[in-house]
Design a protein around this ligand. Sequence first.
Ligand code: TRP
Length: 339
Amino acid sequence: MGRKVVLTGMRTTGSLHLGHYVGALKQWKQIQDAGEHECYFLLADVQALTTHADNPTLLSRSVIDVTKDWLAIGLDPTLPNVHFVLQSQVPERYELSALFMMIARYSEVIRNPTLKTELKRQENASMGFIAYPVDQVADIYMVNPYPIEEDDEVLVPVGEDQVPHLEYARDLAERFNNSYGPVFTPCQPLVGEVGRLVGIDGKAKMSKSMGNSIDLSDSAAVVKQKVMSMYTDPNHARVDDPGDSENNPVFMYLRAFDPNQEEVEELADHYRRGGVGDVALKRRLVGVLNDFLEPIRQRRAEYEKADLGSIIFDGSHAARQASIPVIEAVRQYMSLIIP
Ligand code: TRP
């Protein structure tokens, strides 16, 4: 019987929103609750430095915010198979990263579509930023079960923007195994059904820095105010006008969060024919989102006094333990040993 490991993570650059939930956290929690995997959830504070090296205060606050958001949505590090890992607290990871850098090729890294898109938005990108697709490969494989057994699994549940990175992670694992010896189990990406959520302005994806997010920590009043200001269909000026229910963020959110999807589709039909007002539609969404967020708010309050430091210490320690046989095998195979 193979061993099943999950490693996934988020950059710690601010508190989390509904987009993080549908794109990632929902799947993480399902996997955690199924209980078949050893789960390592990575607080990627080192990767956050690739873009925010000038703002360490933001980073330390974000580690706490993200940890609280994870706890609030129901990730549970008191379970024996769940670990919250702070990336900077696993020094073995840097070693593995440095060694993956040796077999990764510059030409293939700069062709990475996600990196290419991000580079366009970024002036003065750091070397750390350019190299992050390779560095991230070390995140994944530091907890690769070793020695490998048949049917081992390294599962990486992510948003769809991360898929090119994971394909690359598979390539590098195979390259290493072919050149040196069998150490890595190529990872499996897992993308949720609703891969991404647009912002409340209807533009691009939801993002805190673009000011178009509904945050997991927003109060009921803030959610209401944000939803009531949401972008809908600009051509749907009067209630009786036919409206667009497809490229309409209110419907997108209803499809992602409303427990009664049948009613949502009836409403969408009606909206397309004309006769449904935006205000009524938004009121429904306010209710749906606050129903969704209420248990999250309650759990957040329960965790108010939790000792985040020891949660993170223990989780990082678990990742270090898992990484030791991996890094020892890599050193051996790459001849990094006292002769
Ligand atoms: N790049 C991911 C993000 O931007 C975060 C991340 C870091 C990650 N290391 C990872 C995701 C390893 C999956 C696996 O959100």
